[in-house]
Design a protein around this ligand. Structure first.
Ligand SMILES: [Zn+2]
Length: 245
């Protein structure tokens, strides 16, 4: 909907989409028509590798991606970045150059898939988090036994004992639920793992995204803290990956 002078037609019926949002929508639809994948370089609607997967540690908002301003060092070096976008309801205080974050997450994912491939060859196919959950449950059992013993020896009042048991049972319930989810998390077959690892470099962004969404819950991007923002080298400690399986 454009007039011949190129200005968007604005109605008197109140704003449903702002002119800018309308342009983004048109661009998105056009890019889908052209490529069939919804990707188009240099627009805010580009679906990059970590779009919708990476989140801001400060406010939890999903990070958007954007192209650095042309002519800047950042544009020369990295091209684009992920950032917490205030217009989408985020805190707006976080930005990370795209390629180093993506490389890091891809490497971590491949390491994990390689490890899963090794484990798929042996009998130990349990995810490490499930092993940890089982360990926690055993510890809770031991703590309950200790509380009972302390109560029996009259070293805990009845009120203290009741509080402690309730605390442990609540924790036990939470860990049991977590373990139930983990034990049903789907793991790809050995041949699938091998193929993904072998063909990763030639995968399209969409293919990589599918694999990431299967294995990764969230990639949390943490702020650098006082004075450490984006100065020099990439900091992998500021990226936390939450795995699904
Ligand atoms: Zn934020």
């Amino acid at each position: 909907m454009e007039r011949t002078d190129g200005k968007p037609v604005t109605g008197a019926w109140g704003t449903i989409l702002s002119a800018e949002e309308w342009c983004e929508l048109v661009e998105e639809l056009d890019s889908r028509k052209q490529s069939g994948t919804g990707r188009k370089k240099g627009t805010t609607v580009t679906k990059r590798l970590l779009t919708g997967i990476a989140r801001c540690a400060k406010c939890g908002a999903a990070l958007s991606s954007g192209v650095y301003q042309k002519g800047t060092v950042s544009h020369e070096k990295y091209g684009y970045h992920y950032y917490c976008r205030a217009a989408d309801g985020g805190c707006g205080s976080l930005s990370r150059s795209g390629p180093p974050v993506e490389d890091h997450v891809e490497n971590q994912l491949l390491d994990r898939l390689r490890q899963q491939l090794i484990e798929a060859g042996s009998s130990a196919t349990e995810v490490p988090e499930l092993t940890a959950a089982r360990q926690t449950l055993r510890q809770i059992e031991a703590d309950k036994a200790e509380a009972r013993q302390l109560r029996a020896d009259d070293l805990l009042s009845l009120a203290e004992f009741a509080r402690e048991i309730r605390r442990l049972e609540e924790k036990e319930q939470a860990v049991r639920e977590e373990a139930a989810v983990l034990s049903t998390a789907p793991r790809p077959s050995k041949s699938t793992l091998a193929r993904v690892i072998r063909e990763w470099e030639s995968c399209t962004t969409d293919m990589k995204r599918r694999e990431m969404e299967r294995a990764i819950d969230t990639v949390i991007s943490k702020p650098a803290g006082k004075g450490g923002a984006q100065r020099g080298a990439f900091r992998p400690d500021l990226i936390e990956i939450v795995w699904k399986c």
